[in-house]
Every structure is written in C-alpha cells, then in structure tokens.
Design a protein around this ligand. Sequence first.
Ligand code: NAD
Length: 270
Amino acid sequence: MTKVVVVGAAGRMGRALVRFIRNGTVPDLQLAGAVDLWDCPELNRDAGVMAGVGEAGVPVTCDLAAVAPGADVIVDFSSHHGTSGNAPRCAEWGKALVVGTTGLNAEQEAAVRDAAKAVPIVMAPNMSLGINLLFALLEQVGRTLKDRGYDVEIVERHHRLKKDAPSGTALGLGRAVAKGMGLDLDEVAAHGRHGISKDIRPDRQIGFHAVRGGDFVGDHTVIFATDGESLEFSHRATSRDTFAIGALQAAKWVAGRAPGLYSMRDVLGV
Ligand code: NAD
C-alpha cells in the first residue's frame, strides 16, 4: 500500500483524487491525509464524504506538516503558491511529491527543481497517460517521416471557456514532432490560416488550429499529410478523471525512487 496525502483536496482535481484512491480505481493506495486552505468550507469534514465515496476516517485539514509524516507520497493539485511553498517542505521531510499544479512561474518552478535534488518528484502539466504516450510516439513518427514530404498540422478542440490558444498540450505535441524531425518549434510553428497567401505552404512548417466551443474537455489530432496518404493521431479526453488517474499512477511509481525530477514519460517508461 502506498500512503498518499492529497493537497488541494477540496478542489475539482483533489476530490477526484480522493475518490479514486478510496474506491480503488488505482489499486494499492491508501488515503493518508487531505489538505486544503485554512478558510476552505470543507475544513474538518471527512474527505471521503466530501468526495462522495463515504466515510474515509480522514478529515480535511490545513496542516500539511501534521499529516505528512504518515505519507509515502504527497500529490499536490493546489495552486502555484501552494505548490512552490510545499516543495521545499517535502524536500526537508524526505517525502516524494507529484506536482499536477500548472501556472508556476520560473521562480516557483525553480523551487520544485531544487526540491528534486533531495526527493523524487514527478511534475507534468498534463497527467493523462494517453497524451504522454502520444508525446513519445510522435517523436518517433517525426524521426521516421523527417524530410519525406509530410506536412504536419495539429487541430485541437476545447470548451468555450478556455482562454489560451493553442493549448499547452497542442504545443507539447508539436514540440515532440519537431524534436523528432530535428526542428525548432518556435521557428516552424504557424498559427491559423486566413486570407490569400502569396506562397504555398512551406515544407518545414507545423500548423496549429484551435477550435473553441461547447464543453469539449480536450481533443487533439496531429495530421501527417503527403501525396497519396495522410496519417492521423488523435487523443480525446472525455473527462478530467484521466488527469487524476494519471497522477495516482505517478504517485505509485515515484514512491521510493531516487531523488530527481521525473516526467510522465518516465512513469510510462517511454
Ligand atoms: P480548484 O480551484 O478546483 O482546486 C484547487 C484547490 O486547492 C482548492 O480547493 C484550493 O482551496 C486549494 N488550495 C489552493 N492553495 C492551496 C494551498 N496553499 N494549500 C492547500 N490547498 C490549496 O482547481 P483544480 O481544477 O482542481 O486544479 C488545480 C490545479 O491543477 C490547477 O493548477 C490546474 O491547472 C491543475 N491541473 C493540472 C492537470 C494535470 O494534468 N497536470 C489537470 C487538471 C488541473
């Protein structure tokens, strides 16, 4: 059994993490603590009841230091402030860490990197196993199709509320292809198309197209098109559950590892 403390437990991701630990979706995990902010309305409530999976015997607390000793690994989906403050504490306590929180600035990310000198940490902006497998596959596809006349276009679809475009995941997919092809994504990325172009499409270009509408959780398709055929790699997230399940797989994997900063590709072994 790997003992897990969830930080940001009352949030959308935190509740999903508590649910999947308690109902055994990812087996052999034990909920050892649930942490959120001192002014969280769920404070002192049973974490299992809060997550809708019945009594867990673990109250939501704001005192990470009090529950950390009982943890093999701490899974943090809180905020950039929370995560960058917690990472050095995990290093001090010798606790493995999984960071799902996004939006860390360079200084906050440096705090996590520093902590990884003392403890094992998995950090990934997208914890989906499928997407991380796709990163690895696309690098290989890029390597194989490099200079063979394949045009690369990436189409992504997200819900109407998403503000940034293209998605960080779409850029990550583009970066994987570019790496395989030996290209610098910043030099070959083209965002959207509009109007009449004087030139035809350059060979060495990766096009990005962002669709916004409805409640798409996140669809990504990478197209390799050439004369006579096209090849498409698609991933569809149907709910945010995929991120929580990936994070818990990472938690199981990272407990007991050597110190270092790991990615989901390390977790997958690809
Ligand atoms: P949310 O706002 O629903 O939940 C965050 C929770 O963390 C809240 O309950 C908040 O009170 C708590 N919190 C904030 N600061 C804290 C601190 N210092 N200590 C303890 N608790 C604290 O947000 P969410 O949708 O659950 O997302 C949380 C984070 O995870 C965001 O950064 C989001 O971008 C990221 N995220 C990452 C992935 C991934 O795959 N890596 C997937 C989804 C979301």
